[in-house]
Ligand binder design. Sequence first.
Ligand SMILES: Cc1ncc(COP(=O)(O)O)c(C=O)c1O
Length: 390
Amino acid sequence: MLKQPLSQRTEKIRLSTIREVANKVEEARKRGIEIISFSAGRPDFDTPHHIKDAAKKALDNGLVHYTASMGTTELREAICQRFQEDYQLNLDPDEIIATMGSTEAIYIGMQSILNPGDEVIIPEPMYLYYGGWSLLGEAEPITFALQEQNDFLIDAENLKQHVTGRTKAFILTSPHNPTGQVIEENEIRKIAELAIKKDFYIICDDVYNYFLYDGAKHHSIAKVPGMRDRTLIIGSFSKTYAMDGWRIGYLIAPRQVIARALKMHQYAVNCCNSFVQAGAQVALTASQNCVREMVQEFDRRRRLLLSYLDDLRIPYVRPRGAFYVFPSIKKFGLSSKQFSDYLLREARVAVVPGDGFGPAGEGYVRMAFCLSCEEIEKGMESVAESLKKI
Ligand SMILES: Cc1ncc(COP(=O)(O)O)c(C=O)c1O
């Protein structure tokens, strides 16, 4: 047996709780147990046909070789076009790298700006990887708890208290995973002011930017004057076009950051799949009706799930974005892990324990409404029966 130690960097980071739950669901299903899963955070829809057709056509036309590392010009131009149309933001293809999902975009973006001793401020509950990505960049994740009584919203005043001379970046996720909250424009402006005054980057994880309900709007912080030079925008096709298995996303960043990120990207993957990029390009340039229709269906499911939580008198902050609700389970007197295990065993329903999103998530569970209304009904009726026994 080799005596050499393995990397210390990877020792510090942990595997995703979301994937852990997914594995439990898969194991149970393999044993023939029917599980209704509110755990998977991805659309259960098929990728729209016109996108699949574009990728198939690209394969048939021999698009089977490496592309430019940054991504094809056509895809990066399509990203510019979409940002112009949707946010009136003028981008240049040179500010964009097509990545293997937004996961790679956040990873290479963070590795491009972080140095040992830097601090990355992350509101908690959080998408767990943010902490790990900071540690891999030898920076310290500085978390602060979002409060249920403040609707889990970021308050720039609160954020300010965590800014130090070592703050390098703040991670802004709106719509938010796991709470489904959307940050209003006035708060975005205050965060931008603080970033400019204290000189730090904003990493905008915008993977849910089209999943908005109750009239909520997505505001790009990059539009605030003085912010383009300090904003990294993270985009994904996974959620918007139900393409999570395709593994395609992008990083938009100032040119000096892109120059560093390109090195990370080349060393890790060289370039994204050629035919996947062709599909992604069509996703952006074709009609966006498929996105609108999918979001409408998510809204229907959201309302249905919330009505069940209301009936069960389980408190929650009404989600206005993404496809999650983060109800409080404190009144049941179980930890979030115990509660999730109980539901899996008794109700045959999977949810993600809130502590999987950091300690501030304890006392909550994440429920994704990425399943049909019929499944939501069946799952919640089973939850109601099981909760009677607690
Ligand atoms: C907030 C957030 N960011 C990033 C990702 C990564 O998505 P992908 O790599 O599929 O683009 C996810 C996936 O669930 C997410 O919830």
